[in-house]
Design a protein around this ligand. Structure first.
Ligand code: NDP
Length: 326
């Protein structure tokens, strides 16, 4: 028997989450059984612990879009018992049972070997949020980061915190946008050189172009903030569009694309091909300072998840939650 966070739906369509005891034969089919060590809490997890947000199809459901642990049994030649692995994306924790469980059964194709230099706890401090932040930085690098500060929006959140720490460590001046002024010292400790108040940048302006300010941007917010930022990018600079914490709409003008050659780069972590996953995890192990990662960690257990799920949907989680499922 082992423990998992189970979300059930009642006849009125209302969901509720509780920690329950399960047996191995209740796990779904898959070629690799993982003894999960740690998971984490992302925005999507907040949706899946709660009402589902259209992501969960079948109940009862075990959420948790990320997991790291040790292979216990494998029918796939790529993995053997004792291997350390990490899993993010592929709709695990949404369409499939996820990492809020002491045991998980998954497809070998979804796994990535834990990179040298990271342990399972650190991998989950990174999680989908940090992995996506790395993909966003790699996309900016591939298109060329221009002189000038690199803007990170939603900076005190998971994606933003990791993006801030990586970019600062790579030597860029980071301007961190936050709506929570009390996180200023935290963001500076991650390496932000400048704090930008959310109010300064989230109001839509009628001017499609403003002063050329940012050499690149990792955007976790979307909506009006992203629309505004596009008009503030330096000539030829790029924005990695990662998230929609501030809205899925984009009330933007095409003028920054046409007159300043600005690039808007879409970042998806879920269906990311294996080779690029391996590349991103290797870069994380190399370019994310582990002391900065440690400073982002808020520890939690399976029992804390219902509350944390509500908190993250309200933008109230700082940095990265690491869930010790055991
Ligand atoms: P978090 O909740 O940890 O961070 C989001 C941050 O955005 C908040 O901490 C807050 O930062 C800011 N924010 C929240 N609400 C608003 C608002 N109304 N207006 C402006 N800023 C706001 O979430 P994550 O970092 O885990 O994820 C960030 C986004 O990225 C989410 O939308 C998520 O769905 C998306 N995402 C996308 C992925 C992909 O593959 N493309 C993968 C992972 C995440 P502050 O307090 O500093 O202002």
């Amino acid at each position: 028997m082992f423990k998992a966070l189970m979300v059930e739906k009642d006849d009125d369509g209302k969901t509720s989450a509780s920690v329950q005891e399960l047996s191995l034969d209740q796990l779904p089919e898959g070629d690799v059984t993982v003894a999960v060590a740690y998971s984490t809490v992302n925005y999507k997890d907040g949706l899946c612990i709660g009402p589902g947000g259209g992501l969960v199809r079948n109940y009862p459901h075990v959420p948790g879009i990320d997991m790291a642990g040790t292979v216990e049994a494998s029918d796939d030649p790529r993995y053997k018992a004792g291997d350390k692995v990490v899993l993010t994306g592929w709709r695990v924790g949404e369409a499939y049972w996820g990492g809020y469980s002491q045991k998980a059964r998954v497809r070998a194709d979804w796994l990535v070997p834990l990179p040298d230099g990271l342990d399972t706890r650190q991998a989950m401090a990174v999680g989908t949020a940090g992995f996506t932040a790395m993909l966003a930085v790699m996309a900016l690098e591939d298109h060329g980061i221009k002189d000038g500060p690199v803007l990170v929006t939603g900076a005190a959140g998971g994606v933003g915190s990791v993006a801030t720490a990586i970019l600062a460590n790579l030597g860029y001046e980071v301007a961190a946008v936050t709506g929570r002024p009390e996180t200023g010292d935290y963001l500076k400790s991650l390496g932000a050189g400048r704090i930008v108040a959310r109010d300064e940048i989230n109001e839509i302006t009628r001017r499609p172009l403003e002063a050329e300010t940012w050499g690149g941007c990792v955007d976790a917010v979307g909506g009006e903030m992203l629309a505004r930022v596009l008009g503030q990018m330096k000539y030829g600079a790029s924005v990695s569009a990662v998230g929609l914490a501030g809205g899925a709409g984009l009330p933007a003008s095409v003028i920054p694309f046409l007159l300043r050659g600005v690039n808007l780069l879409g970042i998806d972590s879920v269906m990311q091909p294996y080779d690029n996953r391996v590349r991103a995890w290797a870069r994380i192990a190399k370019d994310l300072p582990m002391d900065k990662l440690e400073a982002m960690i808020q520890p939690a257990t399976l029992n804390d998840l219902p509350q944390l799920g509500r908190d993250i949907l309200q933008g109230q989680v700082k940095g990265r939650v690491v869930v010790d499922v055991n």
